[in-house]
Design a protein. Structure first.
Length: 401
């Protein structure tokens, strides 16, 4: 079935061929590969990349195992000639929202923003700004960093925007890049839900100019006696208060703080109890003149809890990210983008499986799992290209050691 027909038809069934076709269509319609040879046609290059993503493996491994595909060096050569970092970022953002129906997203949305760090061992390819420094993880302090904007609405969980973060890029510039992309999509943000990395004077001041934002605070200062923001974490009951944060470069900023006390409760396993703790949220924005009357403290914590779907999206992204030791930032961006695209495609397919005859909201839990989608794509690529099932031995060998 031609891929351009899939998007505008109503499917009566999901098959591995249709899912594979949707994945190839999303990539090929927005990223143009400069290759005209029959052995290295764009379709075969996309098949290799999708198979590497679905199997969580490398280009070399897939080219060794797939019979009808070009060599790994040919694949990398085509990608090198075809990809430019800024242009690729624009193109993959268009691919991410290819199946987004704008009428579903007219109202202001709750947007979660987070950073994902991919550990990197090596030197930058060309520009030192390609690699960002951070806290040590997996034996390195160097990372390729990506920022994403993510939304959850009525069981539709979608990554809307992806941004390649350079060394020295401020939190504000990251937020501006993501907001610019959301503005291009016509999606307004009613609530920003950020992680602790954005709890800084400059970022909070930026959020204060938006509709509303909830940002968890970081405990800083001496433990005993508590000083700095640790004074807030030492409180024993829920309350609203204000706090002034200081920065050597950005000055002072005073904002509303929600202290949410979580009392002792049994763990999920039930074999122990979780000790009581106080969670501190910075709550800022233009709509906060009557914040203390509008939103209860428990609703602040409950609203922010819903953002943890972005953590699931990162976990699934790592399940579908092709592995590479290349220094090319374009290839590393493409690897992350393909993983998020497959994750969005899975969200779409899961949403489709929840459809029922008649009117009414879709509900329940889909039985279409993310590993199933990856397995389907892998099987279809194997069917298209074939598998190497013979290894020629250099010399005859006995069947014993």
């Amino acid at each position: 079935m031609p891929t351009h027909l899939l998007r505008n038809q109503k499917l009566k069934e999901l098959t591995f061929k249709k899912v594979h076709a949707l994945a190839v269509e999303s990539l090929s319609q927005h990223l143009e590969l400069k290759s005209s040879g029959s052995k290295s046609s764009p379709e075969k290059i996309w098949d290799v990349l999708l198979s590497a993503a679905a199997n969580n493996s490398s280009i070399d491994r897939e080219c060794d195992e797939l019979e009808g595909c070009p060599s790994a060096n040919t694949v990398r050569g085509v990608l090198k000639d075809s990809l430019e970092l800024n242009q690729t970022e624009t193109q993959v953002n268009q691919a991410l929202v290819r199946h987004l129906k704008r009428s579903y997203w007219k109202k202001p949305q709750k947007i979660a923003v987070d950073l994902v760090e991919i550990p990197y061992h090596g030197q930058p390819s060309q520009d030192p700004e390609e690699v960002r420094r951070g806290k040590a993880k997996q034996g390195t302090t160097h990372f390729h960093v990506f920022a994403t904007a993510y939304v959850v609405r009525r069981n539709r969980r979608v990554t809307l925007a992806l941004h390649y973060v350079r060394q020295g890029e401020s939190n504000v510039s990251i937020l501006e890049a993501l907001k610019t992309r959301l503005d291009e999509l016509g999606i307004s943000v009613g609530l920003w839900q950020e992680n602790r990395a954005f709890c800084s004077v400059a970022a909070l001041r930026w959020f204060d100019q938006q509709a509303e934002a909830i940002v968890p605070m970081v405990a800083r200062g001496k433990k005993d006696p508590p000083s700095g923001s640790r004074v807030l974490f030492a409180q024993k009951k829920s309350s609203w208060t204000t706090y002034t944060m200081e920065s050597d470069t950005d000055g002072k900023f005073t904002f509303e703080v929600a202290l949410v006390r979580r009392y002792s409760r049994p763990s999920r396993s039930g074999d122990k109890r979780i000790p009581p703790t106080t969670i501190v949220y910075a709550v800022v924005g233009k709509r906060l003149s009557s914040q203390r009357r509008r939103r209860s403290l428990s609703s602040v914590a409950e609203t922010y809890r819903l953002r943890f779907g972005i953590s699931s999206s990162y976990r699934q992204m790592n399940q579908a990210r092709l592995r590479t030791s290349s220094r090319s930032p374009e290839l590393r961006l493409l690897a992350v983008a393909i993983a998020f695209l497959l994750r969005n495609l899975w969200a779409l397919c899961s949403w489709m499986t929840l459809s029922r005859p008649g009117s009414g909201r879709r509900g329940g839990q889909s039985n279409f799992r993310f590993p199933t989608l990856l397995r389907w794509i892998s099987r279809q690529v194997e069917a298209r290209l074939g598998i190497n099932t013979v290894i020629q031995l250099q010399a005859s060998s006995p069947l014993c050691f």
